[in-house]
Ligand binder design. Sequence first.
Ligand code: AHR
Length: 329
Amino acid sequence: MKKTVKTLVAAGLMVAAASSMFAAKKKAPAKKLITVGYAQVGAESDWRLANTTSFKETFTEANGYKLIFDDAQQKQENQIKAIRSFIQQDVDYIVVAPVVETGWGTVLQEAKAAGIPVILSDRQMTGVDDLYLCWVGGNFLQEGRDGVKWLEGYLKKIGRDKDEINIVDLQGTIGASAQIGRTQGIEEGIAAHKNWKLVAQQTGEFTQSKGQEVMESILKSTPKIDVVFAENDNMAWGAIDAIKAAGKKPGKDIIIICFDAVHETFNKMIAGEINCAVECNPLHGPRVDEIIKTLEAKGPKGIKSKIQYVVEEVFDQENAAAKLPTRKY
Ligand code: AHR
């Protein structure tokens, strides 16, 4: 690693203990903080806010860190600027949750030239495998497939598995891993069912307001909609408002499936307005902390796996009330 905080903790403690016997008021030397620059996507969703909180609560001085946090407002150019500023500030580690997957080669080369290790969290980057150490996050393709699997089972249960099913896909930010994986899972599911039809597919940019706006226009142009896949919670909440304004009942007239599963989505499942939520876990602060502590102690060889998926669940109206009290975000 470029800079390690490998202080001789044990030896230091022994010296401190011995000297305290003779000079009780002598202070132990201050431990050097590890400086981490976090290039965050933005504040577009409740998931994202929970992710930011997770980093801010983990990367504290008490835990041995100085955190430099940057909110890129969903713009890749802002994240590139933030990474360059972290390099100038000579941080110990750079952590990036990339807005989109492509276009990172130049700036990651600059980080490499400066000898600063890069860790990815949440979304992934493509074509730069040799320029980052490891990634931790959700399996977005699996999430899409899980949503499809849930729909198959639900349609069978309510006796509609042979009906023609018209599906809307409200996509996330185009080019983001969370959009690419979920869209692929949904499209695969539609292709595998002769009676399922994709009647509209448009980005709602992972925000509630855009999700509502896009759903309002789709409702005007598409007479029969049976299912909405919203590629995150906030877009589902926006779509629900649009569906209600159009005089239809979300969760009943139109089946709603979304991704993230934050508290408010559990409330909406309990209220009958969302049918299924596929979890995307945002609590990556402690996971990145563990990676950095491993690097500090053992170097890059200590990292067992470059790609680290987190375990995620599927929730619906049957288990939402029982699960809600156990949920952390
Ligand atoms: O990358 C994770 C996605 O980004 C979450 O599903 C979404 O809510 C967020 O904005």
